[in-house]
Design a binder for this molecule. Structure first.
Ligand code: ADP
Ligand code: MG
Length: 455
């Protein structure tokens, strides 16, 4: 850790990073009004304005912890306390969330305000057997919003194009009729905005209603997250009705069909069923190749067809993974001297597959591997005894759990029999120091990593 790093500087850098990974609304609502003043070698205290914010931040802890550890290059126990954070002055009566768009602002700005990304268009959405019906519906709806199919409900597994297709509808309607009020929002952000509005009193609640009920096109992504949230469902139901009765277009996506919802009110799911429902399936091999070629041509990359075919063969789960694999191959091909060869592609994919595997490692797997490797019992690892034969495995477990899963120190302490987080810091540091030496500990850790990777 750099000794000159102070709490404010660290937190500022962390906030900048978080701004890239959480949605703008989440950032504004939960993170912007926080500050940090106390930083020690092993702890960082974050001040937040309300108990509610504190709860929310607690949920974001894994993300925050990761960024703090990385930027601070140390390990800090993060705590949240409620205190004065000098909230920014709200400049308009409606507040920052509802700031009015300038009448003559640039197209891009309007699009962004609507939550639309210009990169999601019909033009670069490849049609195959897997998504034919969904694309036909999306096309029809963007030609005649509110009249042909309403509501539209798309569902599929992750990374198969729901968001892209939904956004393409918004972008197309916007292209034809720039004055349309289009709103794209995830159901999580819908919930967050609602909570914010309720907390901030009548003006905000009214503005919230006004905003959603006056939309011409409402695109709600990943509706499954309203499950179990009663007030969100209530509000959504009324929004839905207001729009539906005035023939405004509603498009909804989800990870499952309406009939499979458990914690969403019947009156809502039955409304979804009243329009048209379409699924999107995983793409077959030919469609995968077409998607890759389309991507290559769009970006004017130099990857040859046979390499694209190779990627399409190796990655069949979903399109997000396919795009990830494409990028790996691109990077590898550009950085090695020989350009795009099957070998460099294989190397790139092999690595990405291994990394994927590492990410999925869980604490139990690590504990099991450590116990087996050192022939100790899990109960002893978590117990009080401090014999040499137990201390090393225990510390190796702390180190590997931190390294492979990023679990917060306090949680690791709990997992290992209720140990204090300072004990965990000590263990992680000690092993972290030993693995850079050419000794037994390094060999042990390497071996255990291999065992975990092989499971
Ligand atoms: P979902 O919302 O279903 O999880 P996304 O819409 O985010 O999936 O799609 C994941 C990625 O795959 C995005 O980058 C998207 O542009 C791309 N993608 C999905 N389907 C297609 C398709 N048919 N043609 C081209 N790109 C696609
Ligand atoms: Mg999506």
């Amino acid at each position: 850790m750099s000794t000159t790093l102070d709490a404010k500087t660290l937190w500022k850098a962390v906030l900048a990073e978080l701004q890239l990974v959480v949605s703008p609304i989440n950032y504004k609502t939960w993170l912007e009004n926080t500050k940090a003043e106390k930083l020690t070698k092993s702890s960082l205290e974050i001040i937040c304005p309300t108990l509610y914010t504190k709860d929310r931040l607690q949920k974001l802890l894994p993300l925050i912890q990761e960024a703090v550890d990385r930027i601070g290059t140390g390990m800090y126990e993060i705590t949240f306390v409620i205190g004065e954070t000098q909230p920014k002055k709200v400049s308009t009566e409606m507040g920052p969330l509802f700031a009015q768009t300038q009448a003559n602002s640039a197209t891009k700005e309007i699009q962004t305000k609507a939550g639309l990304s210009p990169r999601y268009t019909f033009e670069n959405f490849v049609t195959g057997k897997n998504n034919q019906l969904a694309v036909a519906i999306a096309n029809a709806v963007s030609q005649n919003p509110g009249t042909v199919y309403n509501p539209v409900f798309f569902y599929s597994g992750v990374g198969l194009g729901k968001t892209h297709l939904m956004q393409a509808i918004g972008n197309e309607i916007f292209r034809k009729k720039p004055a349309s009020k289009i709103i794209y929002i995830t159901s999580e952000d819908f919930t967050n905005e609602l909570v914010y509005a309720i907390q901030h009193g009548r003006n905000f609640s009214a503005a919230f209603r006004e905003k959603f009920r006056k939309a011409d096109v409402l695109l709600i992504d990943d509706i499954q997250f309203i499950a179990g949230k009663e007030s969100t469902q209530e509000e959504f139901f009324h929004t839905f009705n207001a729009l539906y009765m005035t023939q405004k277009q509603i498009v909804v996506t989800s990870d499952r069909p309406p009939k499979d919802f458990t914690n969403i009110e019947e009156r809502i799911t039955s409304r979804f069923g009243s329009g048209i429902i379409s699924d999107i399936q995983p793409p077959d091999y030919d469609t995968r190749v077409a998607i890759l070629r389309n991507k290559r041509d769009q970006n004017k990359d130099a990857i040859p067809n046979d390499i694209l075919a190779f990627i399409a063969e190796k990655v069949s789960t979903n399109i997000r993974e396919l795009e990830g694999a494409y990028l790996q191959v691109l990077t590898e091909g550009k950085s090695n001297g020989d350009g795009f060869t099957l070998e460099s592609a294989a190397k790139a994919l092999h690595e990405s597959i291994r990394e994927d595997k590492q990410k999925q490692v869980n604490v139990q797997q690590i504990l099991k591997a450590v116990c087996n490797y050192y022939s100790v019992k899990s109960a002893d690892l978590k117990g009080e005894r401090r014999t040499k034969g137990l201390v090393l495995p225990r510390q190796v477990a702390m180190y590997l759990i931190k390294d492979l899963t990023g679990t917060p120190l306090m949680t690791i302490g709990e997992l290992l029999g209720g140990r204090d987080h300072t004990t965990i810091i000590h263990g992680v540091r000690k092993i972290g120091g030993e693995v850079v030496e050419m000794g037994k500990t390094r060999q042990d850790v390497t071996n255990i990593r291999q065992i975990i990777n092989a499971t």
